[in-house]
Design a binder for this molecule. Structure first.
Ligand SMILES: NC(=O)c1ccc[n+]([C@@H]2O[C@H](COP(=O)([O-])OP(=O)(O)OC[C@H]3O[C@@H](n4cnc5c(N)ncnc54)[C@H](OP(=O)(O)O)[C@@H]3O)[C@@H](O)[C@H]2O)c1
Length: 249
């Protein structure tokens, strides 16, 4: 307990799933935690479930102007950040014939563009010794039919983490990635497929998983905590895979 005492953390996409579990753990460890999301109701219910100390900001990670406003507000209220967990992301299942330019832009804006510009704008607020953590996915290396765009967006993030890690380490800022396998979160109900297809995708994952189950968001949060603290002080530009063995197949 208390590993993050006195630290301030921003978690994008903190109103659900992995981000929410991480917000809860960070608060238990003594951090001041700010979360973002697009849906105000979900942000309110995150606050209700975690407690009054959770700070919520409605902010769309795809929109550079909203990112700039978010960073200004954080500067005004908190001056600086010790931990930046860039976790907001979307996944849609679609064969290439159904991928429109609009969908392409939606996924790349939310998953890649938003991450890049948040790091850029938050940089002046990042403390010496700050930790930046980006959520990638095992689809960034595995072939995954119908998730070509999602996988490509996460591969772009993996690459960005490596280059920015080298660019920023001389300032004391460590940039790393957390790479989850299948984790039981609401993201599966947002794939844009009928319920029976969603169930079939989940059954297929469970059948293939070496550990025989989905991961829990709390199991990712523990590795994010490791990346956020001095416990990982020599980790630079790395990606921790937490996937029950899935990517070994
Ligand atoms: N679950 C998995 O199996 C899995 C595996 C590998 C990687 N991941 C990655 O893990 C991250 C978290 O996913 P999750 O599984 O926890 O999903 P989730 O439960 O759907 O949570 C996604 C979070 O991101 C927010 N979000 C989405 N688009 C946003 C935007 N444009 N601006 C701001 N916030 C946005 C959502 O809130 P709003 O909808 O209200 O905006 C929500 O808080 C994602 O990057 C995902 O790609 C998940």
């Amino acid at each position: 307990m208390g590993k993050l005492k006195g630290k301030t953390a921003l978690i994008t996409g903190g109103s659900s799933g992995i981000g929410l579990a991480t917000a809860k753990l960070f608060i238990e460890e003594g951090a001041t935690v700010i979360i973002t999301g697009r849906d105000a109701e979900k942000l309110m219910s995150a606050k209700a479930s975690i407690g009054e100390q959770l700070i919520i900001h409605q902010s769309n990670a795809s929109q550079p102007d909203e990112i700039e406003n978010l960073v200004s507000k954080i500067k005004q209220d908190h001056q600086q950040l010790d931990i930046l967990f860039i976790n907001a992301g979307i996944a849609k299942a679609a064969p290439i014939e159904f991928i429109t330019e609009e969908l392409f832009d939606e996924i790349i804006s939310a998953n890649v563009k938003g991450a890049f510009f948040l790091i850029k704008h938050a940089l002046p607020l990042l403390n010496k010794n700050a930790s930046v953590i980006v959520t990638t996915s095992i689809t960034n290396k595995l072939g995954c039919p119908n998730f070509s765009l999602y996988g490509a967006s996460k591969a772009a993030l993996r690459s960005m983490v490596q280059s920015l890690a080298l660019e920023l380490i001389s300032r004391g800022i460590r940039v790393n990635a957390i790479n989850p396998g299948p984790i039981e979160t609401p993201i599966y109900s947002k794939f844009g497929v009928p319920n029976d297809v969603e169930s079939a995708i989940k059954e297929d994952i469970e059948r293939k998983s070496p550990i025989g189950r989905f991961g829990r968001p709390e199991e990712i949060a523990k590795s994010v905590l490791f990346l956020a603290t001095e416990d990982s002080s020599y980790l630079v530009g790395e990606e921790i895979v937490v996937d029950g063995g899935m990517s070994l197949l």
